[in-house]
Design a binder for this molecule. Structure first.
Ligand code: SF4
Length: 405
């Protein structure tokens, strides 16, 4: 059902071949939320107050059909991690999550200690439901806290307040020993003291992982159309430094631009993204990156849930597919795409990883590496290439060096 992708190589020019395939993760998108947040550009649709209903049972069936039809692309490969993202996957019942995971285990070899994460939002937390998520096989919970400050939660359009955030963390920790909190900083009217209070509160919760994102005004969001007053660049930069210092004191390692983990608790799923691993994304609007010996392919599924459901319905014909777009990652883009991900990692990457994942020799980016080193944006030796502190602070400048001509 998946169209055969013509090689994007120039006539007579061989696509670089991969010596081995990278680890494979599975991403499962659940595209509904209680309410659309004004800063959100994710593929999420409001279930309350809007006209959209959540066809949960139909969607579970669609996900399983989607996975079945995608199997030939990842035949024989095992899955190292599973991530239920959204949207708000915790809106789904534990029974639905159980049905999806049962199908995943039946269709694909899931590694024995695979990390299985579910994103959850405060306001959807019930004690029993989360115990059932655990029983279904979820072993890591990622909670969208964003802030503990009621004024900021309100300005972000979140449906929870500070006490619901604390309650959600309490329930999460009772059922899971691996919990991430998503926080945001540089919020409308936020002061340094308020940002510090948020981050200290998060660190005091004793969770294994914290992600702290700078609020950005993404196109096609309400905040982009009606921008709220945000802290200026200097204050935002000071907040970032404060967050790094506070979390370091709390024993968290800043292993990626926005990610902080207790030792050994780095997100395995996200590490696979950042090291240019493969991921099969199922569900409305989900993205995939799949490697074959002679090509690397990116795909996106139909974004609108109704289109996605139609393309995965039992009446679908051999010409239907949930895949809306797909293209081959061309030779020149492979190096840039690898660097765009791997240079987010504080510890960088081993040069042989570049070759393993792109099929290109490290010499193919030698000039750019020299330039980045000359500008003190990276350090390198035979074992590792990593961004310097300046490189991390000016990541866009660093990445521009690797943009294909
Ligand atoms: S809860 Fe998350 S996914 Fe849903 S609208 Fe808000 S930011 Fe977007």
């Amino acid at each position: 059902m998946t169209a055969i992708i013509p090689s994007a190589s120039m006539p007579g020019v061989q696509s670089p071949r991969l010596g081995s395939l990278p680890p494979l993760s599975l991403y499962i998108h659940i595209p509904w939320c209680m309410k659309k947040c004004p800063y959100c550009d994710f593929n999420s649709h409001e279930v309350r107050g809007g006209n959209v209903n959540m066809p949960e049972a139909e969607y579970v069936t669609a996900l399983i059909r989607d996975l079945e039809t995608a199997l030939p692309q990842v035949w024989g490969r095992s899955v190292t991690s599973v991530f239920f993202g959204g949207g708000t996957p915790s809106l789904f019942s534990a029974r639905s999550i159980d049905a999806i995971l049962t199908a995943v285990r039946a269709l694909l070899p899931l590694e024995h200690f695979a990390e299985v994460t579910l994103e959850a939002n405060p306001g959807t937390f019930e004690v029993k439901k989360f115990a059932d998520f655990r029983a279904a096989g979820i072993n890591r919970l990622s909670i969208g806290i964003q802030s503990f400050n009621p004024r900021h939660l309100q300005s972000l359009g979140r449906i929870h307040d500070g006490s619901e955030a604390h309650r959600a963390i309490e329930i999460a920790r009772e059922n899971f020993d691996n919990v991430n909190l998503d926080l945001m900083y540089a919020l409308p009217h936020q002061t340094m003291e308020e940002a510090q209070s948020d981050i200290e509160t998060a660190a005091a919760c004793g969770v294994t992982h914290i992600s702290a994102y700078h609020l950005t005004l993404e196109p096609n969001t309400l905040f982009h159309r009606y921008p709220p007053p945000l802290p200026d660049n200097d204050l935002s930069a000071e907040m970032q430094i404060m967050i790094e210092q506070t979390l370091a004191q709390g024993g968290y390692l800043n292993y990626e631009t926005s990610a902080f983990a207790q030792p050994g608790r780095e997100s395995r799923h996200n590490m696979n993204y950042w090291l240019f691993g493969d991921y099969l994304g199922i569900g409305a609007g989900a993205h995939s990156k799949i490697s074959f010996a002679d090509r690397i392919v990116r795909q996106m599924r139909y974004k609108q849930p109704r289109d996605y459901l139609a393309k995965t319905s039992p009446d679908m014909t051999a010409f239907d597919s949930p895949i809306m777009e797909q293209h081959e990652v061309e030779r020149n883009d492979r190096g840039f795409e690898f660097m765009m991900n791997a240079l987010r990692l504080t510890g960088g990457f081993a040069p042989e990883m570049f070759m393993e994942r792109t099929g290109l020799s490290i010499d193919s980016i030698q000039q750019q590496l020299d330039e980045a080193e000359r500008r003190h944006l990276i350090t390198r030796d035979y074992q590792r290439i990593a961004p310097t502190l300046t490189g991390r602070r000016f990541l866009n400048d660093l990445l521009q060096i690797f943009l294909p001509e």
